[in-house]
Design a protein around this ligand. Structure first.
Ligand code: MG
Length: 473
């Protein structure tokens, strides 16, 4: 072998070694993917891992075992629109005008929606070029300027408001209950009058709601498969289990929990599909999945509404059952598995995702959410100590530590006999000892009442009045 050949061989060897070293080099750190699976009107007691004896949720139970189970996780309101505004913006809906004491949610004749000045999770993540998709129920405005694609989402597929809003005008009070009772989700034409949208276009009306959960799932799975090479944010907001209840043929007569149980079991199947897709795509180490709901069960509908388990009250009220949601956060490469003892809220997701993605928080505004990223990683306790429970535009209750003070309550939250009570002196419950909010301990803890009253005063002083978007029509 001559010198020239030796030189060439050595150069080739070096090149090969270099190529191999390059192939082994780790990918530049990619920010994590986020998936939020958001149910509509799911009760605190409706999952196996949260005590349900009648509804089987093996996929969610496994997700809870492999991830974090949050038993004290709150929403920003006990009805759809304001709760969703809180999740999307990390702010109490009173700050964005997405609440009202007169019209509690947006309706098909509403002209308002989430203002453009608000920054959604999707918009915040666009700083790092996330690809973003909203699949399912939006309910933050159905006119073009308020739709997901006007708020940072690259795509939208779903019903823009509640699945019972095809009725115009809606029957009221007893008539409405009688209508639901008579129809029991069999009248597809009647319930189907809601629109299914793709982007800003209506693509189906009437909508076959029996296949809705399955179709949303297929869309979500496709989105993950199509975007496995890029950081993504998927917001999958099921219309179920909001009444009227619908589920696929496969989920009829499968649950001891009846029609409602079948609906939840289909959502559980959907969760399984998503986690399988994430694993198959090799993304399980770099994806965080959050499962929760917008508000508690619609107890007025009895067996077609869910269960709050050990909590008092449900949708529409400010007892725990209305605003504490069964929550699971999963992400094998990021989330340290275990029970989380501290407090969390949907409003905390925006700051948490911003921290994990390494993007700036929306500037020039008050945020009500806390960064929970350290809790997710198992490196600290939750920074959240306080929860404000709004009904419409008013603070009705506040929790600080284990104490919860009620200034007003409503029971039942819907239907005949609905009674609003103002409490002076306020009620005080110790949630650590009295999860069901039954033993008023106000008389023995005057100093706690004072402290909580001061928190409410301080909070109210931070609120600037803005027009209500829910009252525009
Ligand atoms: Mg809801």
């Amino acid at each position: 072998m001559n010198t020239n050949c030796v030189t060439k061989c050595a150069a080739l060897l070096l090149l090969l070694l270099h190529v191999e070293a390059w192939a082994d080099a780790p990918e530049p750190q990619r920010p994590p993917n986020f998936v939020v699976i958001f149910c509509d009107d799911l009760g605190y007691g409706d999952l196996g891992s949260f005590g349900s004896k009648t509804i089987r949720t093996p996929h969610l139970d496994r997700m809870a075992q492999q991830g974090q189970r949050w038993s004290q996780f709150y929403v920003g309101a006990s009805v759809c629109t304001p709760s969703r505004a809180a999740l999307m913006t990390g702010r109490l809906p009173i700050r964005s005008g997405m609440c009202s004491s007169r019209r509690r949610v947006l309706f098909p004749n509403s002209k308002g929606g989430l203002p453009q000045a608000e920054v959604t999770i999707a918009e915040a993540l666009k700083q790092k070029n996330y690809v973003t998709a909203c699949v399912g129920k939006w309910h933050l405005g159905h006119l073009p300027e308020y739709l997901p694609i006007a708020h940072g989402f690259d795509s939208y597929y779903g019903i823009p408001y509640s699945n019972d809003m095809g009725l115009t005008p809606q029957p009221k009070g007893k008539k409405r209950l009688a209508y639901y009772a008579a129809n029991r989700a069999v009248d597809l034409d009647y319930w189907g009058r809601v629109p299914l949208m793709e982007g800003a276009r209506i693509i189906e009306r009437p909508v076959d709601q029996t296949s809705l959960t399955r179709r949303y799932t297929e869309r979500a799975v496709q989105f993950i498969q199509d975007n496995r090479q890029r950081p993504f944010f998927l917001y999958l907001a099921h219309n179920m289990p909001h009444v009227p209840l619908f589920r696929s043929e496969k989920f009829r007569n499968v649950s001891a929990g009846g029609v409602y149980g079948g609906v939840i079991q289909e959502i559980d199947w959907s969760v399984g599909q998503l986690l399988d897709t994430i694993r198959t795509a090799g993304l399980e180490k770099n994806t965080v999945v959050v499962f929760t709901s917008d508000n508690g069960p619609w107890l007025w509908f009895r067996d077609h509404g869910g269960s709050s388990g050990p909590l008092r009250g449900g949708k529409g009220g400010t007892f725990e059952g209305g605003m504490r949601e069964p929550t699971v956060i999963w992400g094998p490469g990021i989330v340290q598995p275990g029970e989380v003892a501290g407090l969390g809220a949907t409003m905390d997701l925006l700051p948490t995702f911003c921290a994990l993605a390494g993007v700036d928080l929306p500037a020039g505004r008050v945020l009500d959410g806390y960064d929970l990223s350290h809790v997710l990683k198992g490196k600290g306790n939750s920074p959240r100590q306080t929860v404000f429970y709004y009904l419409g535009t008013e603070v009705w209750a506040v929790r600080h530590g284990n104490y919860k003070m009620h200034l007003k309550t409503v029971e039942p939250a819907y239907g005949e006999g609905k009674t609003v009570t103002a409490h002076d002196p306020p009620l005080l419950f110790d949630l650590a000892a009295d999860l069901g909010e039954r033993n008023n301990v106000a008389a023995a803890h005057a100093e706690v009442l004072e402290q909580l009253a001061a928190l409410v005063m301080q909070h109210r002083a931070s609120i600037k009045s803005v027009p209500s978007q829910l009252e525009i029509r």
